[in-house]
Design a protein around this ligand. Structure first.
Ligand code: GLU
Length: 437
């Protein structure tokens, strides 16, 4: 599994045979998770109920039917969604998720997360999310392409470079973005700025693929001194070795930190002496699964949480850290690469235990920040080099971290609450200035 979007679930070859049962997730829905955290911050801001209702509900929710004849000769009807949550601060922005469990509740929750995320890192976008309830693991690539194009045909009317800009998320990648751009272009003419996370050959941005993982590492670097950590004595575990997880791992390793555990939807591995992040990424890119990786011991999914380490990076799906396993988590710090990986109950357990949590809405914002850079470059028909992209990403991530953590300390609240407060205040200010509320 994998991302914020692009947390793991990289499309792999279909029919690869037996697949282990996925790790248990919480029974709490994504919407309940996000709504709970929103409520905590709204309470602190003493926000009136009517205003809360405005900020909780979405501006527009589109659901479309995607009937596709698959290789088995039958027509399968998939459901596609695009939820535009809030556009007070700029065009709607957010990824598209291809996963069998996608439903309106989940897309709605993820769309609102994007609203707070773009506000917290202070980039001029609103929040949106899309999804199709298809399983890329079981589909041929040509089928994924047809689903992508049919989905775009049905939602293109609500998109546009100044309306709503799509990007990758779980189960989608640069290739899917290329199909999306191409399909949109057939109807509107070449419009690269309507899609971010595109391949480099099609006006994608340098550094976009690694951006979410790199953003997580910027968070680690900001937080490490206060926790007395140096990279050379930092052991980390990655749950969900997809795009986000594998890039975070490779960049952490470049700093000198050591990966001692990793997982994907098929299983988990552990090696206290270290797992080579580059070699594992290569193995997965070749179609291998994490538990098949040589040189590490396969372990149960939930055992991953118990591996002694300093940093745990959930980079899989939502709700993976819940009330039944949060007390087993052995790390000092959790950097949330996935969207809503921690349920409210688990969050309380981690806070009580003194585990330092850097929340999704800030930690995994690197992806949408470089999406913003890609959009800017597309609008200017100009390209920055990777170094410039990474430097600018670092500036934005560091600023967000410092602002939010200073607020958390001042108000003596968890970082997550301070992050939501910051995001909500910015959205409210924009909405008020426009005269909406
Ligand atoms: N899907 C990613 C996220 O959840 C990236 C969104 C984007 O780049 O627009 O943050």
């Amino acid at each position: 599994m994998s991302t914020a979007g692009e947390t793991d679930r990289s499309p792999r070859a279909a029919n690869r045979g037996e697949v282990a049962a996925p790790p248990a997730r919480a029974e709490v829905s994504n919407w309940e998770i996000v709504n709970h955290y929103f409520g905590l911050a709204a309470d602190r801001l003493e926000m009136a109920e009517d205003l809360r209702n405005v900020l909780r509900s979405a501006y527009r929710e589109v659901q479309v039917q995607i009937p596709i004849k698959l290789a088995d000769g039958r027509i399968h009807v998939f459901a596609g969604y695009r939820v535009q949550h809030n556009g007070a601060r700029g065009p709607y922005k957010g990824g598209v998720r291809f996963h069998p469990e996608v439903d309106l509740d989940e897309v709605r929750a993820l769309a609102s997360l994007m609203t707070w995320k773009t506000a917290i890192v202070n980039i001029p976008f609103g929040g949106a999310k899309g999804g199709v309830n298809c399983s890329t693991r079981e589909l041929q690539r040509s089928e994924v392409q047809r689903i992508t194009r049919a989905f775009m045909d049905k939602i293109e009317k609500v998109l546009g470079p100044s309306r709503d800009i799509v990007a990758p998320d779980v189960g989608t990648d640069a290739q899917v973005m290329a199909w999306m751009m191409d399909e949109y272009g057939k109807l509107h003419g070449h419009t690269p700025a309507v899609v971010t996370g595109k391949p480099i050959a099609l006006e994608g941005s340098h550094g976009r693929e690694s951006a979410t993982g790199r953003g997580l590492v910027y968070m680690y670097r900001e937080a490490a001194p206060a926790l007395g950590l140096a990279p050379s004595d930092t052991r980390f575990v990655i749950q969900g070795y997809g795009n986000v997880g594998s890039w975070a791992a490779r960049i952490m390793q470049q700093l000198g930190a050591r990966m001692v555990g990793a997982s994907d939807a098929d299983g988990a591995i552990r090696n206290d002496a270290g797992i080579d992040a580059e070699a594992l990424a290569e193995h997965v890119a070749q179609g291998g699964t994490v538990p098949e990786f040589p040189g590490a011991e396969p372990v149960e999914h939930d055992e991953l949480l118990e591996i002694p380490c300093e940093v745990f990076v959930p980079a899989a799906l939502g709700g993976m850290i819940h009330e039944h396993n949060a007390d087993r988590l052995a790390a000092k710090m959790v950097i949330e690469g996935a969207n809503s990986p921690t349920t409210p109950h688990a969050d309380e357990i981690l806070n009580d235990r003194g585990v330092y949590v850097i929340p999704d809405v800030m930690a995994n914002a690197g992806g949408v920040v470089v999406s913003y850079f890609e959009w800017v470059q597309n609008l200017q028909h100009f390209r920055w080099d990777e170094r410039e992209v990474n430097d600018k990403l670092g500036t934005i991530m560091r600023r967000a971290y410092r602002e939010v953590v200073a607020r958390a300390q001042e108000e003596d609240v968890p970082v997550r609450v301070a992050a939501y407060e910051t995001g909500i205040e910015r959205v409210l200010e924009a909405a008020r200035t426009r005269g909406y509320v």
